[in-house]
Design a protein around this ligand. Structure first.
Ligand SMILES: [Zn+2]
Length: 704
């Protein structure tokens, strides 16, 4: 999954600042505190970071103290100023966190790291403020009926988040809530540590070069060096993820594949090569117990219900029905794919064989590689094609702004307008280079606001890590890169085309976490569409179009083993969701029992009894996906179903695009995500569009 705009690590969300209260001196000398429409990237120095932030936080705290103590709080006297403070701190911190990601240096990192605990303490204080909570509630009660829907929504969101942070609980429960949260954070860190230690503890010493057959040269050379460093002959393979993936996909030696599979899937458990040493079983029990307790303290039935309080999916049965429906629909296709794979391998396959034979089958069937497509996707042409798609769909126009102050010569600035009126701007920084974080993401530079204190148009950063151009040539992308660009641009449009005036629910802010990938995955569909592909692709030297047979094979790869991969994701999702629904203090988490039950329903590939994948399932035990793994599939269904509305009337149908913009893209968090979807589609999301997209909707269950 690509980096989600909504899931990027944000050290704070509810920042506030009042622009009028800072001292003249600091604001004149510190570019981070200026009033310029865009960050002054060329002036910002590491030594500006901490003083700017300290001053801002100090002023904000003072101002918040005043707002929280107003005798007759109103929307205008409390909420609007808080929204302004939020906007101000976001736009001050955003260039710092951006530069830290794309132009890292020791000095900048030091400044950045020094600020994190300050921001985090500020955020916690704000999130737990009883006086502000009371003020918001009073405003809701006294003014609610007279406020505009979007204003009511701002208040509802804030009150909800106060409640979920334990504000408003009786003293004793509140104390227990805080302690449980803290213990949970420690347990999650412990889980992660155990996985890391178990991963690092295992290596495979290979002495017979025949065992390395199929592995790539770079990996083999790395393993040779590692053995040499330890005074060993032969090759030393470690259990890091790239090596594990390479071995189970490429190694011809079944013995080697099995050894890696066993070591990988038994990490931090009572099984496998380091059985019992870092066993996460008790940690998992404790994590589940704390989560359940946290949910109960807030009067939710279980942790899944607590997690759903901020999501598009509203109830436990809704999520379970969704997952079961997909499982029922994809099972037959998955079984067929597996049978076909065994036929191809001409023998029964074990869990550690599947990746290996799937790779071979895919190569034989499609014979199209990402590298081979590069010459057909020169960046200028892809960008022009992408912009043309967005312009045609949403009636905007995109122009590059020359001479903008940027942080690196590769970075560019573009302005968006609609009907001659400016809408927003975005920076592009697309090439990999040293001191730049890997991956791809969209981030908010400036959020949209229209408050009595002033207005601002949204600005975004779109960052990728493509191969830089060779001298005298354009950068050449793989189709995977093209998808990444469309994906991040989809997040960007969500931020940039918002029409919401209040920063806390404008753009991607306040959007339900399981709906935030809708615009990004939606836009990816265009990069698969034959008509758009023909526009995007053209040989960088000859201009020749992408040959039809290559294009057909590329498009066909999209549905390769869609059934198997769907069932695997559903296994994770069902396991995660049932775990967080069914926990009961008297019988504990039943981790392995639930896994067994889920597998009886959805597993297609045989899994050995000793497999202990939950013990290293960091997504749900250490990270933010607890009771949330379903959202991968959830967002895919939304995106596919939304795109299907376009396919029904032509992918550039004007009225459909306007409805998508009005109901979803421009609405930010100002509206319940499900209601927004229903407004656009005229009904609730339907899984069939996704099944069709992957060719697994046929009555015989055969994949296309
Ligand atoms: Zn994303």
């Amino acid at each position: 999954m690509r980096f989600a705009a909504g899931t990027r690590p944000t050290p704070f969300r509810a920042g506030r600042y009042n622009g009028s209260r800072r001292t003249e001196r600091e604001s004149m000398s510190n570019p981070l505190l200026g009033e310029d429409p865009l960050p002054q990237f060329r002036q910002i120095r590491p030594e500006h970071v901490e003083p700017a932030l300290r001053e801002l936080l100090h002023a904000n705290r003072a101002r918040i103290g005043e707002l929280a103590s107003l005798a007759r709080p109103t929307f205008a006297s409390v909420v609007e100023p808080l929204e302004e403070l939020h906007h101000r701190i976001s736009r001050t911190w955003s260039p710092v966190s951006h530069l830290n990601a794309v132009l890292n240096s020791d000095a900048l990192r030091a400044g950045y790291n020094a600020c994190l605990p300050l921001l985090s303490a500020y955020q916690t204080d704000l999130a737990q403020s009883e006086p502000l909570f009371r003020a918001y509630r009073t405003i809701a009660e006294e003014q609610g009926a007279a406020l505009a829907p979007v204003q009511r929504r701002v208040i509802e969101h804030a009150v909800r988040d106060f409640r979920l942070a334990g504000v408003g609980l009786p003293a004793e429960r509140k104390e227990r809530f805080k302690t449980a949260m803290l213990e949970l954070a420690q347990l999650q860190a412990k889980f992660e540590e155990n996985v890391l230690d178990a991963t690092n503890s295992w290596t495979r010493h290979v002495t017979d070069s025949a065992e390395l057959c199929g592995l790539n040269e770079m990996l083999i050379e790395q393993a040779r060096r590692r053995a040499h460093e330890q005074g060993l002959g032969g090759w030393l393979l470690s259990l890091d993820q790239p090596t594990y993936v390479a071995v189970v996909t490429d190694a011809e030696s079944e013995g080697l594949r099995r050894a890696f599979y066993e070591a990988w899937t038994t990490r931090a458990s009572d099984q496998g090569p380091s059985a019992g040493r870092w066993d996460n079983a008790p940690v998992m029990e404790e994590i589940l117990r704390r989560r359940h307790e946290i949910a109960r303290l807030l009067d939710f039935g279980n942790y899944a219900e607590y997690a759903l309080a901020t999501r598009m999916a509203h109830s436990v049965p809704e999520v379970l029905a969704f997952l079961h429906e997909l499982a029922a629909a994809a099972r037959q296709a998955a079984r067929h794919e597996f049978e076909e794979l065994e036929q191809f391998a001409a023998r029964p396959l074990a869990a550690w064989d599947v990746g290996f034979y799937a790779e071979r089958l895919q190569r034989e069937r499609y014979s199209v590689s990402q590298e081979e497509l590069r010459p057909y996707f020169p960046l200028p042409r892809v960008l022009a094609g992408l912009f043309a798609v967005a312009e045609r769909l949403f009636g905007i126009s995109i122009r590059e702004r020359q001479g903008a102050a940027v942080w690196h010569p590769d970075a560019r600035l573009f302005d968006i307008s609609a009907g001659g009126e400016p809408v927003g701007s975005f920076y592009l920084d697309l090439y990999a280079r040293p001191h730049k974080r890997s991956g791809a993401w969209m981030d908010e530079c400036i959020g949209r606001k229209r408050l009595t204190s002033g207005a601002a148009l949204p600005v975004a950063y779109l960052v990728c890590n493509f191969l830089p151009p060779a001298p005298g040539k354009p950068a050449l992308l793989t189709h995977d890169d093209v998808l990444t660009l469309f994906h991040e641009f989809g997040h960007g449009l969500h931020h940039l085309l918002t029409r919401v005036d209040y920063p806390s629910i404008a753009g991607i802010n306040g959007v339900a976490w399981d709906a935030v990938e809708l615009p990004s995955q939606f836009l990816e569909n265009y990069a698969w569409h034959p008509e758009v592909l023909q526009q995007l692709a053209g040989h960088f030297e000859s201009g020749a179009p992408l040959p039809r047979d290559k294009q057909a094979r590329l498009v066909a790869t999209r549905s390769f083993h869609a059934g198997l991969s769907m069932m695997r994701q559903l296994e994770f999702a069902l396991f995660d969701f049932r775990l967080h629904t069914e926990y009961a203090p008297e019988r504990g988490g039943r981790v392995l029992e639930i896994l067994e039950e889920v597998r009886r329903e959805v597993a297609v590939v045989p899994v050995p009894q000793w497999n202990r994948f939950p013990h290293s399932f960091g997504h749900i035990f250490a990270g933010g996906y607890a009771a949330g793994y379903y959202s991968y599939k959830w967002a895919e269904v939304l995106a596919a179903d939304a795109f299907a509305a376009f396919e029904e009337r032509g992918v550039f149908d004007g009225p459909t695009a306007r409805r998508f913009l009005d109901a979803i893209l421009s609405r930010g968090g100002s509206r319940d995500a499900l209601e927004a979807f229903v407004e656009f589609r005229g009904r609730r999301p339907d899984v069939r569009a996704l099944l069709r997209q992957h060719g697994i909707d046929r009555p015989d269950g055969r994949a296309a």
